[in-house]
Design a protein around this ligand. Structure first.
Ligand code: ATP
Ligand code: MG
Length: 457
């Protein structure tokens, strides 16, 4: 989560001292650069330092370049390697990519290309690291559930989960469909002392109304027509564990009354039964409805609402936490590449922009489904804008195409680019102008002037 906190460490490997000097000169401002004149030296440095990215010329005096690449990958699977090949040596480049190189460049190249490739590689590296870090963090606490997120609001939720999981306090999770409510409920269970005990989920909308009571509390044989056998309900099944009452907003009022009583007494009666059965259950409820609104319209009991709303967790929609989009995309890419043995490496910059600009009405579930489908059907290593579903493409026409449509006035184009770029940095910093000015490398007053002049906001 400390993205960009310190300069990235880059190792440049080339047998020409002059080339190494120019790497240093070009990258010095943005990275810390180490250099090695041959393969052995490079491996030596890698063993000692936490290198983020290696620029590797494949023609080395001592060890064969591909061999060096393989050894690097053997030492650290996640280090990025940018291989450099001579003109015309496409075969070696392809082999290097198969061996795990993340990018390749053909000599000679210009400064801008190098800088662009490096910053792209480093960004991906940082995301990978972050996914790994978060995964290990998450695994430490609950080994079965992966929740990723770096947006401040999600980090707050993770911390809240940690704090409340181990109490038996009732949690009410609200948020739009597909935001991860069930995942959070599971995380709470898995971080609690009940983790070895059952986690039972009941979806209140999926059960026919006349069966919900029996579903929750069970029934005795002969309790109603069709009750040919005794049945244990979800409350009893969840005994000593956690019960997720999903879509609680759609529960009928008479059931709400019964549920409230159970929550107060902590005991149930099976339908058609005589005895009361004590249950020890941690309750987590979830809904995408606005329960307060339902309370106002008397469709939800206020006393039940207060009993459930002991610890409220609101999961924001994905469009309100744009910082999570890239992280989730890479997380799901990784997951589905593995699941389907595919080698999709990422999204083209235009495709990624479209993903970030889209407003995701189906939230994380929609994003997950789209990435899954693309990993399965894409024919490219880098998924292209045109491969995305149409509504994603149309919500986002790349800037250059927008400009194309508006004529070719250079000043206007530059201004539009500037506007778009500043807007994006401002969004990244949540309109914190001081932070944005710092990121842009301009004075805050200059930024204020631009905001005015470019009619931002
Ligand atoms: N932060 C996240 N990290 C990883 N995967 C996530 C995250 N949030 C959601 N998902 C995935 O998205 C899908 C939808 O999540 P989930 O079922 O928890 O949503 P929900 O809020 O319960 O939706 P609904 O209201 O429709 O029931 C699941 O496959 C889940 O694993
Ligand atoms: Mg759900």
């Amino acid at each position: 989560m400390q993205l960009g906190a310190s300069k990235s460490l880059v190792l440049a490997v080339d047998d020409e001292p002059g080339v190494l000097e120019s790497y240093k000169a070009i990258l010095e401002d943005t990275c810390e650069v180490r250099t090695a004149g041959n393969g052995a030296e490079a491996l030596d440095i890698l063993a000692r330092e936490d290198i983020h990215l290696v620029i590797l010329d494949l023609r080395l005096p001592d060890i064969e370049g591909l061999e060096v690449l393989l050894r690097i990958k053997g030492m650290d699977e996640y280090v990025g390697v940018l291989v450099v090949t001579a003109v015309g040596d496409v075969k070696t480049a392809v082999r290097a990519m198969q061996a795990g190189a993340s990018e390749y460049m053909v000599k000679p190249f210009d400064v801008e290309t190098l800088q662009a490739v490096i910053s792209r590689s480093l960004e991906r590296q940082a995301l990978m690291k972050e996914v790994l870090y978060l995964r290990s963090e998450v695994e430490g606490y609950h080994p079965f559930v992966d929740i990723v997120g770096r947006d401040e609001k999600m980090v707050e939720i993770f911390e809240l989960i940690k704090r409340v999981a181990d109490s038996d306090a009732t949690v009410l999770i609200t948020g739009e469909s597909g935001t991860g409510k069930e995942l959070i409920a599971r995380a709470i269970h898995q971080q609690s002392h009940r983790l070895q005990r059952p986690f039972i989920a009941v979806n209140c909308t999926a059960i026919p109304e006349h069966l919900i009571e029996s579903e929750l509390f069970g029934h005795e044989r002969g309790a109603f027509t069709g009750a040919v056998q005794r049945r244990i309900g979800k409350f009893e099944l969840a005994h000593t564990g956690t019960l997720l009452l999903d879509e609680i907003g759609s529960m009928r009022l008479d059931m709400q009354t019964k549920l409230l009583r159970v929550l107060q007494e902590r005991e149930i009666e099976r339908v058609g039964g005589e005895r009361t059965i004590k249950v020890d259950v941690r309750i987590v409820a979830a809904t995408n409805a606005d329960l307060r609104e339902l309370v106002k319209t008397r469709d939800f009991r206020d006393d039940l609402y207060y009993r459930l709303n002991v610890i409220p967790i609101y999961v924001p929609p994905l469009r309100a936490r744009k910082a999570d989009i890239a992280l989730l995309v890479h997380y799901f890419l990784d997951k589905f590449n593995r699941q389907f043995s595919r080698g999709v490496r990422g999204f083209s910059p235009a495709a990624m922009e479209a993903l970030e600009a889209y407003d995701w009405p189906g939230n994380v579930r929609e994003l997950e489904n789209i990435v899954e489908r693309l990993v399965v059907i894409s024919k490219h290593e880098m998924i292209q804008l045109r491969e995305l579903p149409l509504d994603l493409q149309s919500s986002h026409t790349p800037l250059v195409e927008q400009l194309d449509a508006e004529g070719y006035d250079l000043r206007k184009a530059v201004q539009q680019f500037e506007r778009e770029y500043i807007r994006r940095v401002l969004e990244k910093t949540r309109w914190n102008q001081t932070a944005a000015a710092r990121m842009l490398g301009i004075h805050r007053n200059t930024l204020l002037g631009k905001i005015e002049q470019l009619d931002l906001r």
